[in-house]
Write a protein that binds this ligand. Structure first.
Ligand SMILES: NC(=O)c1ccc[n+]([C@@H]2O[C@H](COP(=O)([O-])OP(=O)(O)OC[C@H]3O[C@@H](n4cnc5c(N)ncnc54)[C@H](O)[C@@H]3O)[C@@H](O)[C@H]2O)c1
Length: 255
């Protein structure tokens, strides 16, 4: 298949839903063979079926990104299926309401909720990078894109745990970019604003109008609008881009 990622092997975490699923489909359209990972193999398999139906090539992997043994196995399985790992999209993530009651300010948030968030949204990204980079060093290069957020660049009331994790993702992205710049490994992050996915559906049901006043385009983004940028950031066209936070937010950060 011809395209921006022709001949490349890619890995997407959180590939069963939302931004991860849209990106897996876009990567396949651009010629990559894809390992689609999510908490359950069954979820990932649904996206694999969509890729296959569109004429692409993909495998499904069940892997919890907070578990290092599972991440190591995920990378090994990708390499055993496709021979190498050129592009990794570390995207799996959870929202504050997944680890505690919604609407909590910092003094109300439990230590458990803070730790549980970091385990997936920050430590998960670190562990993915760690094992992907080992493979990329061995094969002579690669490109990594981590999913951060506008919450990695600004504060977001009642999301201290999420904001901490996403600021952390921005920081480890910059650091890894510097560490591996001489090894032909580029490391960037994408910083979406409010995107219509199952993650944001409950929040939007409660306060869509209020949140949209902060977005100059006055609408939610769709996952495909993030996927297009991630494909490009993973491709050789982005050859001088590393350590960057690529904001896609309908103008939120500029306002
Ligand atoms: N939707 C938005 O507005 C928005 C904005 C900024 C950043 N993000 C980030 O984008 C990423 C994708 O979110 P989305 O909006 O597509 O949400 P989503 O809920 O549709 O998809 C997230 C996926 O991650 C998976 N996942 C969760 N925990 C996991 C774990 N421990 N191991 C493996 N997989 C796990 C889920 O099963 C799900 O398939 C997340 O990192 C999120 O923080 C989303």
């Amino acid at each position: 298949m011809a395209g921006l990622l022709a001949g490349k092997s890619a890995l997407v975490t959180g590939g069963a839903s939302g931004i991860g699923r849209a990106t897996a489909l876009a990567m396949a359209r651009e010629g990559a063979r894809i390992a689609i990972a999510d908490q359950t193999e069954a979820g990932a398999a649904e996206t694999v079926a969509m890729v296959n139906a569109a004429g692409g090539q993909a495998i499904a992997i069940g892997a919890d990104v907070s578990r290092e043994d599972q991440i190591q196995a995920m990378v090994a399985r990708t390499v055993s299926a496709f021979g190498r790992l050129d592009c990794a999209f570390n995207n799996a993530g959870i929202a504050p309401r997944n680890v505690g009651p919604a609407g909590q300010r910092t003094h109300e948030m439990s230590r458990e909720s803070f730790d549980a968030m970091l385990a997936v949204n920050l430590t998960g990204v670190f562990l993915c990078m760690k094992h992907e980079i080992v493979q990329m060093l061995a094969q002579g290069g690669g490109a990594i894109v981590n999913t951060a957020s506008i919450a990695g660049l600004v504060g977001l009331p009642t999301a201290t745990n999420y904001v901490a994790a996403k600021h952390g993702v921005v920081g480890i992205t910059k650091t890894a970019a510097m560490e591996y710049a001489q090894d032909n490994i580029r490391v960037n992050c994408v910083n979406p604003g409010y995107i219509k996915t199952p993650m944001t559906d409950p929040t939007m049901a409660e306060r869509y109008d209020q949140l949209m006043t902060k977005v100059p385009m006055n609408r939610l983004g769709v996952p495909e609008e993030i996927a297009e940028a991630v494909v490009w950031m993973c491709s050789d066209r982005a050859s001088f881009m590393t350590g960057a936070s690529h904001i896609i937010d309908g103008g939120y950060y500029a306002a």
